[in-house]
Design a binder for this molecule. Structure first.
Ligand SMILES: Nc1nc2c(c(=O)[nH]1)N[C@H]1C(S)=C(S)[C@@H](COP(=O)(O)OP(=O)(O)OC[C@H]3O[C@@H](n4cnc5c(=O)[nH]c(N)nc54)[C@H](O)[C@@H]3O)O[C@H]1N2
Ligand SMILES: Nc1nc2c(c(=O)[nH]1)N[C@H]1C(S)=C(S)[C@@H](COP(=O)(O)OP(=O)(O)OC[C@H]3O[C@@H](n4cnc5c(=O)[nH]c(N)nc54)[C@H](O)[C@@H]3O)O[C@H]1N2
Ligand SMILES: [Mo]
Length: 705
């Protein structure tokens, strides 16, 4: 909505476009065709007027002199990042010619699209190119970089449920923040947690490092990375042995208790202490307090899924509330992804009906191998949008080798010349949120946000939906579907007749900028007090009836395409399976959580955030540093068989021994080292959801020469 039309500054409602649970409501101020400032909207009940360190100067991102503003063609060698300006017509014709030649010689599956959630909205987001690439017949990219294991595991356990409202956390008495750095990664949830804490709630953080969030907790449970499933099963062991279960709830609203009981019996606290590195008494106390302090709530972060048994870990966490009857209370249960409360229409967004039967599926985490391996047909073209795989995808060196191939035609659509864009043959200019119309969902709260263009797209940049309209027209795709306006796309993306949308329409969203889904009042909301789990049994499934379907990946990430999924190899019960990674030459566990000042790799090139983030470092425990003769500030090499990266040493008891912490987000070219933390991570996948098993990476550290 435009708040003022006079000759002075205009204010326009927007919603933050980033892949983040908060999806903040913002106002952009425009003067003389320029965005001069953004601020949070105070009246938004969840985001309440504050913006994070990344987004509070979003106008600098929009008007950065580094924006890609024109279509460009590579000059010079691959990867050098030198380009010359061309017209949109030339760019589209080049893509058409190259793709057509590849299709003639190798078939359309030789083309691989690569997107992620650089833009978190229905119109220009993750799935915005699906219909085009499906119509083309391209290979399908399975996009499981984030929360795929956790989402799949949650759906297997509690169904397509959004879980506990984050606004209901004020009513919680025991808040278990598990593998989640709330204060850095979705700070707008913190005020509700702090309010509960002031009212006497106990805040417990399970994290191998003393994160900003752990530092504010009443109790920091400093677990060994990747062992969370053992801790959850150990808690169940205590809860069951000490008869702290809610027997009535378990009887009425769950399936598989006897089997779960048997499984939990294999995890006595003594064994769990050994696996997790936690004191025996802490495990007992955590089980007891969690069960008896109601309402208890678990906030599941993405880090817990990043292990070989990451899916089963989330299955265990999603099972705990039903075991103790936490769902009976307002503010009791589990919150993993609120997005499941929004009835989106995947069939209308991705058009899986365009997919030719038998089309090949390649997992994004394995793209390095796909670009360098012997495939039939080989990958001959890569089209990247909303994604910066050279920073964010494991097996980075293989991806770089692939992108250097002379016979690979690479198109990148970007706002900035990222590490990935350096390898483009054709670089296309993308607009930012304040230049486009977008409908934004949230995975951390129950509001739908609208974003209206504050200014027209800068220079020749265009929104993704417009790019795919132009591409479809160039390829002669005549279906009216490919001619829909941005607003029509937004309309089609949601089931407006669903009860969750009662009373909400586009006019309301345009007027207000956001709307709360019709999912009940956070002060009284009880989604599963009487079961009502949207699972096949209608109950919380300790034993999953969907395990037989195999390695479940949600349709949105895979466009509803089922063929080729491995079936029948998923344990129907939660379990802890150690990663098979013992390697005496590389004994340290590498973790690479988010940076406070970057949003994945976004802002890695912008000065304010670079300053806030400081130089890339590796955090180590003093015992590990001393054993290697390393002091604070030393240049060190972190290495394994895949790569060596050089960073500065930070030494502190904030981390448990045996761990090296190198945050994600730094660009390869910005620190002169030319290689990032994902060069150390192999393309290992989780048990459920095929997510990245990042926590299973092992490294060694030595002083750099
Ligand atoms: N500032 C900032 N905010 C962001 C992002 C960003 O890049 N920067 N990215 C956004 C995105 S895409 C996402 S998915 C979310 C993710 O946000 P979070 O869910 O908070 O995920 P992470 O930051 O990856 O990890 C959270 C914490 O888990 C800990 N951890 C690592 N391994 C383990 C483990 O094995 N067990 C346990 N219990 N803890 C572990 C880490 O030390 C870290 O403190 O944040 C979003 N918000
Ligand atoms: N080691 C390690 N790796 C990780 C993680 C980790 O914790 N550790 N986290 C994982 C997680 S949770 C996630 S979500 C992924 C994120 O992986 P990515 O989605 O690749 O992350 P971003 O860095 O946000 O890259 C998005 C790119 O899209 C561009 N972009 C933004 N808006 C638009 C648009 O409208 N159009 C176009 N064409 N481009 C746009 C941005 O400029 C940016 O360069 O990384 C994963 N990788
Ligand atoms: Mo993510």
């Amino acid at each position: 909505m435009v708040l003022q039309e006079a000759s002075g500054p205009k204010e326009i409602y927007a919603t933050c476009p980033h892949d983040c649970p908060d999806s903040c409501a913002m106002v952009a101020t425009v003067e003389n065709g320029r965005v001069v400032g953004v601020r949070g909207r105070r009246e938004h009940p969840f985001t309440r007027g504050t913006l994070c360190v990344k987004v509070k100067n979003y106008e600098d991102r929009v008007h950065s002199p580094d924006r890609v503003l024109h279509p460009m063609r590579r000059v010079g060698a691959k990867g050098e990042g030198r380009f010359e300006r061309i017209t949109w017509k030339e760019a589209l014709e080049t893509i058409h010619d190259r793709f057509s030649g590849i299709i003639d010689d190798f078939g359309a599956e030789a083309i691989l699209p690569c997107s992620y959630i650089g833009q978190q909205g229905f119109v220009h987001g993750l799935n915005s190119g699906d219909a085009f690439f499906n119509r083309l017949g391209a290979t399908i990219m399975e996009r499981t970089l984030c929360a795929s294991a956790a989402n799949s595991a949650s759906v297997m356990t509690t169904g397509v449920s959004g879980g506990v409202d984050p606004l209901s956390f004020v009513h919680s008495k025991f808040i278990l923040i598990w593998g989640c750095n709330t204060i850095s990664t979705h700070m707008h949830q913190w005020p509700m947690i702090a309010e509960a804490q002031r009212d006497g709630a106990k805040v417990v953080v399970v994290d191998p490092i003393r994160s900003r969030t752990a530092a504010k907790a009443d109790w920091h449970v400093q677990i060994r990375p990747g062992t969370d499933a053992a801790l959850a099963l150990g808690m169940m062991n205590v809860i069951i042995t000490e008869e702290l279960i809610d027997a009535d709830y378990v009887e009425k609203y769950t399936v598989g208790f006897d089997a779960l009981k048997e499984r939990a019996a294999q995890y006595p606290p003594e064994r769990v202490a050994e696996i997790t590195g936690l004191p025996l008494d802490d495990i007992r106390r955590l089980g007891r307090e969690y069960a008896t302090t109601q309402p208890s709530v678990i906030r599941v972060g993405v880090a817990v899924e990043r292990h070989k048994s990451g899916g089963q870990t989330v299955r265990a966490l999603a099972s705990l509330p039903a075991l103790v009857g936490a769902w009976r209370h307002v503010g009791g249960g589990v919150l993993q992804s609120a997005a499941r409360s929004l009835p989106s229409r995947g069939d209308q967004i991705s058009r899986p009906d365009f997919i030719r039967p038998g089309t090949r599926v390649i997992n994004q985490i394995e793209m390095g191998a796909a670009l360098t391996g012997e495939l039939d047909p080989p990958i001959k073209a890569l089209f990247v949008y909303n994604c910066n795989p050279m920073v964010t995808v494991p097996d980075q060196k293989a991806i770089a080798r692939g992108l250097m191939r002379d016979d690979l035609f690479v198109v990148v659509s970007e706002q900035f010349q990222t590490d990935t864009a350096d390898y483009a043959d054709i670089l296309l200019p993308a607009s930012t949120q304040l230049e486009q119309f977008e409908l934004v969902y949230s995975w951390g709260q129950f509001f739908l946000g609208l974003s209206e263009p504050a200014i027209p797209p800068l220079a020749e940049s265009i929104p993704n939906a417009e790019m795919f309209r132009r591409l479809a027209a160039t390829f002669g795709f005549n279906e009216p579907y490919f001619r829909r306006s941005d607003e029509e796309i937004a309309y089609d993306a949601i089931d407006w007749d669903h009860p969750a949308l009662d009373g909400i329409d586009m006019d309301l969203l345009k007027r207000e900028g956001y709307a709360r889904l019709n999912v009940g009042d956070p002060d009284t909301r009880l989604p599963h007090a009487e079961g009502n789990f949207p699972t096949p049994s209608g109950k919380c499934e300790f034993v999953s009836s969907r395990a037989a379907e195999g390695n479940l990946v949600l349709p949105r990430l895979r466009q509803g395409y089922e063929e080729g999924m491995p079936a029948g190899d998923v344990d129907p019960l939660p379990d802890y399976v150690p990663a098979d990674v013992d390697d005496p030459r590389h004994p340290l566990i590498l973790i690479s959580p988010k940076s406070h000042a970057f949003l994945n790799s976004c802002y890695g090139n912008l000065e304010v955030q670079q300053k806030a983030a400081g130089d890339p470092t590796a955090l180590m425990h003093p015992v590990d540093a001393k054993a290697r003769g390393i002091s604070e500030g030393d240049r060190i090499n972190v290495f394994n068989d895949l790569a060596t990266i050089e960073v500065g040493a930070r030494i502190s008891e904030d981390t448990a021994p045996g761990i090296v912490v190198v945050p994600l987000g730094y660009w390869r070219k910005s620190d002169g080292v030319g290689i990032g933390v994902n060069a150390l991570n192999p393309a290992a996948l989780t048990d459920i959801g095929q997510g990245p098993a990042l926590t299973d990476t092992r490294v060694e550290v030595a002083a750099a020469n």
